[in-house]
Design a protein around this ligand. Structure first.
Ligand code: UTP
Length: 300
Protein backbone atom coordinates (compact mmCIF):
# COMPACT_ATOMS: atom_id res chain seq x y z
CA UNK A 1 0.00 0.00 0.00
CA UNK A 2 1.98 3.04 -1.20
CA UNK A 3 0.54 6.44 -0.38
CA UNK A 4 1.61 9.75 -1.82
CA UNK A 5 2.72 12.36 0.67
CA UNK A 6 5.66 14.72 1.12
CA UNK A 7 9.13 13.22 1.57
CA UNK A 8 10.35 13.49 5.13
CA UNK A 9 13.18 15.98 5.40
CA UNK A 10 12.97 17.42 8.92
CA UNK A 11 14.35 15.98 12.12
CA UNK A 12 13.49 17.31 15.58
CA UNK A 13 15.87 16.57 18.44
CA UNK A 14 14.50 17.29 21.92
CA UNK A 15 17.43 18.10 24.19
CA UNK A 16 15.89 20.37 26.82
CA UNK A 17 15.59 17.82 29.65
CA UNK A 18 17.32 18.49 32.96
CA UNK A 19 19.51 15.37 32.92
CA UNK A 20 19.08 14.82 36.65
CA UNK A 21 20.25 11.19 36.48
CA UNK A 22 23.70 12.46 35.57
CA UNK A 23 24.23 15.11 38.23
CA UNK A 24 26.59 16.71 39.10
CA UNK A 25 28.11 16.39 35.59
CA UNK A 26 25.00 17.97 34.10
CA UNK A 27 24.75 20.93 36.46
CA UNK A 28 26.27 23.30 33.91
CA UNK A 29 26.86 20.99 30.92
CA UNK A 30 24.07 19.44 28.86
CA UNK A 31 24.08 15.64 29.13
CA UNK A 32 23.99 15.51 25.31
CA UNK A 33 27.49 17.07 25.28
CA UNK A 34 29.06 14.30 27.36
CA UNK A 35 31.67 12.60 25.16
CA UNK A 36 31.18 9.08 23.88
CA UNK A 37 34.83 8.26 23.14
CA UNK A 38 35.79 11.58 21.47
CA UNK A 39 32.50 12.92 20.11
CA UNK A 40 29.63 14.39 22.13
CA UNK A 41 26.65 12.04 22.27
CA UNK A 42 24.50 14.54 20.35
CA UNK A 43 26.78 14.43 17.30
CA UNK A 44 26.02 10.72 16.79
CA UNK A 45 22.31 11.60 16.84
CA UNK A 46 22.64 14.39 14.25
CA UNK A 47 24.81 12.09 12.08
CA UNK A 48 22.09 9.44 12.28
CA UNK A 49 19.44 11.93 11.08
CA UNK A 50 21.67 12.98 8.18
CA UNK A 51 22.37 9.35 7.19
CA UNK A 52 18.62 8.78 6.99
CA UNK A 53 18.38 11.72 4.54
CA UNK A 54 17.13 14.33 7.03
CA UNK A 55 19.45 17.30 6.90
CA UNK A 56 17.10 19.95 8.29
CA UNK A 57 17.55 19.56 12.04
CA UNK A 58 15.65 21.47 14.72
CA UNK A 59 17.05 21.09 18.20
CA UNK A 60 14.81 21.83 21.18
CA UNK A 61 17.05 23.37 23.82
CA UNK A 62 16.72 25.17 27.13
CA UNK A 63 18.81 26.92 29.75
CA UNK A 64 22.44 25.73 30.02
CA UNK A 65 22.24 24.34 26.50
CA UNK A 66 24.39 26.94 24.68
CA UNK A 67 27.27 24.42 24.19
CA UNK A 68 24.96 22.44 21.90
CA UNK A 69 24.62 25.41 19.56
CA UNK A 70 28.33 26.17 19.74
CA UNK A 71 29.24 22.59 18.86
CA UNK A 72 27.37 22.72 15.55
CA UNK A 73 28.66 26.22 14.71
CA UNK A 74 32.02 27.29 13.29
CA UNK A 75 34.90 27.97 15.72
CA UNK A 76 37.10 30.34 13.71
CA UNK A 77 39.72 30.80 16.42
CA UNK A 78 40.32 27.08 16.78
CA UNK A 79 40.18 26.54 13.02
CA UNK A 80 42.77 29.21 12.32
CA UNK A 81 45.08 27.90 15.08
CA UNK A 82 44.92 24.40 13.56
CA UNK A 83 45.39 25.80 10.06
CA UNK A 84 48.55 27.66 11.17
CA UNK A 85 49.90 24.45 12.67
CA UNK A 86 49.09 22.55 9.48
CA UNK A 87 47.04 20.03 11.49
CA UNK A 88 44.63 19.01 8.73
CA UNK A 89 43.23 15.96 10.56
CA UNK A 90 42.10 17.86 13.61
CA UNK A 91 40.88 20.75 11.47
CA UNK A 92 38.64 18.31 9.61
CA UNK A 93 37.29 17.01 12.93
CA UNK A 94 36.45 20.54 14.09
CA UNK A 95 34.69 21.37 10.81
CA UNK A 96 32.80 18.08 10.58
CA UNK A 97 30.09 19.02 13.07
CA UNK A 98 29.45 22.49 11.61
CA UNK A 99 29.14 21.13 8.06
CA UNK A 100 26.79 18.27 8.91
CA UNK A 101 23.29 19.69 8.55
CA UNK A 102 21.22 22.86 8.48
CA UNK A 103 20.71 23.44 12.19
CA UNK A 104 17.86 25.35 13.81
CA UNK A 105 17.19 25.90 17.49
CA UNK A 106 14.18 26.71 19.59
CA UNK A 107 14.03 27.03 23.36
CA UNK A 108 11.47 25.13 25.33
CA UNK A 109 11.42 27.49 28.32
CA UNK A 110 10.16 25.26 31.09
CA UNK A 111 10.86 21.57 30.52
CA UNK A 112 7.23 20.47 30.78
CA UNK A 113 7.82 17.06 29.24
CA UNK A 114 8.75 15.39 25.96
CA UNK A 115 5.29 16.02 24.46
CA UNK A 116 5.66 19.73 25.18
CA UNK A 117 9.18 19.73 23.68
CA UNK A 118 7.84 18.18 20.45
CA UNK A 119 5.03 20.75 20.35
CA UNK A 120 7.67 23.52 20.33
CA UNK A 121 8.63 22.22 16.84
CA UNK A 122 5.18 22.88 15.33
CA UNK A 123 5.92 26.26 13.67
CA UNK A 124 9.12 24.91 12.08
CA UNK A 125 7.68 21.58 10.93
CA UNK A 126 4.39 22.82 9.45
CA UNK A 127 2.17 20.16 7.86
CA UNK A 128 4.71 17.51 6.89
CA UNK A 129 5.53 14.21 8.57
CA UNK A 130 8.78 14.57 10.52
CA UNK A 131 11.22 12.54 12.58
CA UNK A 132 11.97 12.89 16.29
CA UNK A 133 15.28 11.61 17.68
CA UNK A 134 15.85 11.84 21.42
CA UNK A 135 19.15 13.58 22.07
CA UNK A 136 20.21 11.13 24.78
CA UNK A 137 19.38 7.94 22.90
CA UNK A 138 22.28 6.58 20.88
CA UNK A 139 21.63 4.02 18.15
CA UNK A 140 24.78 2.25 17.03
CA UNK A 141 25.70 3.75 13.62
CA UNK A 142 26.00 0.22 12.16
CA UNK A 143 22.39 -0.67 12.97
CA UNK A 144 20.30 1.70 10.84
CA UNK A 145 16.84 2.17 12.34
CA UNK A 146 15.60 5.59 11.28
CA UNK A 147 15.99 4.82 7.57
CA UNK A 148 13.75 1.78 7.96
CA UNK A 149 11.18 3.84 9.92
CA UNK A 150 11.07 6.49 7.18
CA UNK A 151 10.57 3.74 4.59
CA UNK A 152 7.70 2.21 6.61
CA UNK A 153 6.07 5.63 7.04
CA UNK A 154 6.31 6.23 3.29
CA UNK A 155 4.67 2.87 2.60
CA UNK A 156 1.99 2.89 5.25
CA UNK A 157 1.41 6.58 6.14
CA UNK A 158 0.50 7.71 9.66
CA UNK A 159 3.16 7.53 12.34
CA UNK A 160 5.91 5.04 13.10
CA UNK A 161 7.55 4.43 16.46
CA UNK A 162 10.63 2.39 17.36
CA UNK A 163 10.13 -0.59 19.67
CA UNK A 164 12.56 -2.85 21.39
CA UNK A 165 11.84 -6.02 23.37
CA UNK A 166 12.98 -5.68 26.98
CA UNK A 167 12.85 -7.99 30.00
CA UNK A 168 9.49 -7.73 31.84
CA UNK A 169 11.20 -6.29 34.93
CA UNK A 170 12.51 -3.40 32.78
CA UNK A 171 9.25 -2.35 31.15
CA UNK A 172 8.30 0.09 33.94
CA UNK A 173 11.14 2.32 32.71
CA UNK A 174 9.60 2.80 29.24
CA UNK A 175 6.46 3.56 27.31
CA UNK A 176 4.93 0.23 26.31
CA UNK A 177 2.96 -0.75 23.18
CA UNK A 178 0.13 -3.24 22.64
CA UNK A 179 0.66 -4.58 19.12
CA UNK A 180 -0.56 -6.91 16.38
CA UNK A 181 1.73 -8.47 13.75
CA UNK A 182 1.73 -7.31 10.11
CA UNK A 183 2.90 -9.04 6.94
CA UNK A 184 6.35 -7.40 7.44
CA UNK A 185 8.45 -9.33 9.98
CA UNK A 186 9.90 -6.23 11.66
CA UNK A 187 6.70 -4.11 11.57
CA UNK A 188 3.79 -4.28 14.03
CA UNK A 189 0.51 -2.39 14.21
CA UNK A 190 0.20 -0.44 17.45
CA UNK A 191 -3.28 -0.30 18.97
CA UNK A 192 -2.54 0.98 22.47
CA UNK A 193 0.26 2.65 24.42
CA UNK A 194 0.92 3.05 28.14
CA UNK A 195 3.64 5.21 29.72
CA UNK A 196 5.88 3.34 32.21
CA UNK A 197 3.44 0.57 33.28
CA UNK A 198 4.05 -1.78 36.21
CA UNK A 199 5.18 -5.19 34.90
CA UNK A 200 1.82 -6.73 35.85
CA UNK A 201 -0.15 -4.13 33.82
CA UNK A 202 2.13 -4.03 30.76
CA UNK A 203 0.33 -5.14 27.59
CA UNK A 204 3.61 -6.49 26.10
CA UNK A 205 7.35 -6.29 26.56
CA UNK A 206 7.71 -3.92 23.58
CA UNK A 207 9.35 -0.76 24.92
CA UNK A 208 9.24 2.55 23.04
CA UNK A 209 12.74 3.82 22.32
CA UNK A 210 13.79 7.31 21.26
CA UNK A 211 13.02 7.40 17.53
CA UNK A 212 9.71 8.45 15.99
CA UNK A 213 8.36 9.42 12.57
CA UNK A 214 5.24 11.42 13.25
CA UNK A 215 2.22 12.64 11.37
CA UNK A 216 1.77 16.41 11.93
CA UNK A 217 -1.70 15.79 13.45
CA UNK A 218 0.25 14.98 16.60
CA UNK A 219 0.54 18.75 17.18
CA UNK A 220 -3.27 19.20 17.37
CA UNK A 221 -3.41 16.38 19.90
CA UNK A 222 -0.46 17.68 21.93
CA UNK A 223 -2.10 21.10 22.22
CA UNK A 224 -4.96 19.41 24.07
CA UNK A 225 -2.92 16.85 26.02
CA UNK A 226 -3.05 17.41 29.77
CA UNK A 227 0.02 16.71 31.92
CA UNK A 228 0.17 12.98 32.63
CA UNK A 229 2.67 10.79 34.46
CA UNK A 230 5.14 12.85 36.54
CA UNK A 231 3.13 16.04 35.84
CA UNK A 232 4.70 16.14 32.34
CA UNK A 233 3.02 16.42 28.93
CA UNK A 234 3.75 12.95 27.64
CA UNK A 235 4.36 12.20 23.95
CA UNK A 236 3.15 8.64 24.64
CA UNK A 237 -0.28 9.95 25.72
CA UNK A 238 -0.66 11.87 22.44
CA UNK A 239 0.51 8.86 20.40
CA UNK A 240 -2.00 6.73 22.25
CA UNK A 241 -4.75 8.96 20.86
CA UNK A 242 -3.33 8.73 17.34
CA UNK A 243 -3.30 4.92 17.66
CA UNK A 244 -6.86 4.87 19.02
CA UNK A 245 -8.44 6.97 16.26
CA UNK A 246 -7.04 6.20 12.82
CA UNK A 247 -9.29 8.72 11.09
CA UNK A 248 -7.20 11.56 12.50
CA UNK A 249 -3.58 11.24 11.47
CA UNK A 250 -3.62 7.66 10.24
CA UNK A 251 -2.40 4.49 11.92
CA UNK A 252 0.58 4.02 14.24
CA UNK A 253 3.04 1.27 13.35
CA UNK A 254 6.11 0.10 15.21
CA UNK A 255 9.45 -1.01 13.78
CA UNK A 256 10.97 -3.65 16.05
CA UNK A 257 14.63 -2.84 16.53
CA UNK A 258 17.06 -5.63 17.33
CA UNK A 259 20.31 -3.65 17.11
CA UNK A 260 22.49 -1.87 19.65
CA UNK A 261 21.07 1.11 21.52
CA UNK A 262 22.32 3.07 24.52
CA UNK A 263 20.56 5.54 26.82
CA UNK A 264 23.42 7.97 27.32
CA UNK A 265 21.42 9.75 30.06
CA UNK A 266 21.82 6.61 32.20
CA UNK A 267 25.24 6.23 33.80
CA UNK A 268 25.55 2.46 33.30
CA UNK A 269 24.45 2.55 29.68
CA UNK A 270 26.72 5.53 29.03
CA UNK A 271 29.73 3.54 30.24
CA UNK A 272 28.70 0.53 28.13
CA UNK A 273 28.40 2.76 25.05
CA UNK A 274 31.91 4.14 25.52
CA UNK A 275 33.52 0.74 26.09
CA UNK A 276 31.77 -0.86 23.14
CA UNK A 277 32.39 1.95 20.67
CA UNK A 278 36.00 2.35 21.82
CA UNK A 279 36.65 -1.40 21.39
CA UNK A 280 35.37 -1.25 17.84
CA UNK A 281 37.35 1.83 16.75
CA UNK A 282 40.18 1.11 14.34
CA UNK A 283 42.51 3.68 15.91
CA UNK A 284 41.84 3.04 19.60
CA UNK A 285 40.33 -0.45 19.65
CA UNK A 286 43.37 -2.76 19.50
CA UNK A 287 45.22 -1.15 22.46
CA UNK A 288 42.06 -0.57 24.46
CA UNK A 289 40.91 -4.17 24.01
CA UNK A 290 44.29 -5.51 25.19
CA UNK A 291 44.11 -3.31 28.28
CA UNK A 292 40.47 -4.23 28.94
CA UNK A 293 41.20 -7.96 28.70
CA UNK A 294 43.97 -7.75 31.28
CA UNK A 295 41.92 -5.44 33.51
CA UNK A 296 38.99 -7.86 33.50
CA UNK A 297 41.31 -10.84 34.12
CA UNK A 298 42.82 -9.07 37.16
CA UNK A 299 39.45 -8.05 38.56
CA UNK A 300 37.68 -11.44 38.18
P1 UTP B 1 14.39 12.18 29.78
O1 UTP B 1 13.33 12.04 30.80
O2 UTP B 1 15.26 11.02 29.47
O3 UTP B 1 15.36 13.39 30.02
O4 UTP B 1 13.70 12.73 28.47
P2 UTP B 1 15.70 14.23 31.29
O5 UTP B 1 14.46 14.78 31.89
O6 UTP B 1 16.73 15.20 30.85
O7 UTP B 1 16.42 13.11 32.15
P3 UTP B 1 16.58 12.85 33.70
O8 UTP B 1 15.57 11.76 33.97
O9 UTP B 1 16.31 14.13 34.45
O10 UTP B 1 17.98 12.38 33.84
C1 UTP B 1 13.85 12.16 27.19
C2 UTP B 1 14.27 13.19 26.16
O11 UTP B 1 13.34 14.26 26.09
C3 UTP B 1 13.99 15.51 26.29
C4 UTP B 1 15.29 15.17 27.01
O12 UTP B 1 16.26 16.15 26.73
C5 UTP B 1 15.63 13.81 26.44
O13 UTP B 1 16.28 13.92 25.18
N1 UTP B 1 13.10 16.36 27.07
C6 UTP B 1 12.48 15.90 28.19
C7 UTP B 1 12.88 17.66 26.64
O14 UTP B 1 13.46 18.12 25.62
N2 UTP B 1 12.05 18.46 27.36
C8 UTP B 1 11.41 18.01 28.47
O15 UTP B 1 10.64 18.79 29.06
C9 UTP B 1 11.64 16.71 28.89
Amino acid sequence: MTQSHPRISKAVIPAAGLGTRFLPATKATPKEMLPVVDKPAIQYVVEEAVSAGLDDVLMITGRNKRPLEDHFDRNYELESALQKKGDADRLAKVQESSDLATMHYVRQGDPKGLGHAVLCAAPHVGHEPFAVLLGDDLIDPRDPLLQRMVEVQEQRGGSVIALMEVAPEQIHLYGCAAVDPTDDGDVVKVHDLVEKPAAADAPSNYAIIGRYVLDPHIFDILRKTEPGRGGEIQLTDALQQLAADEKVGGPVHGVVFKGRRYDTGDRGDYLRAIVRLACEREDLGPDFRTWLRSYVAEEM
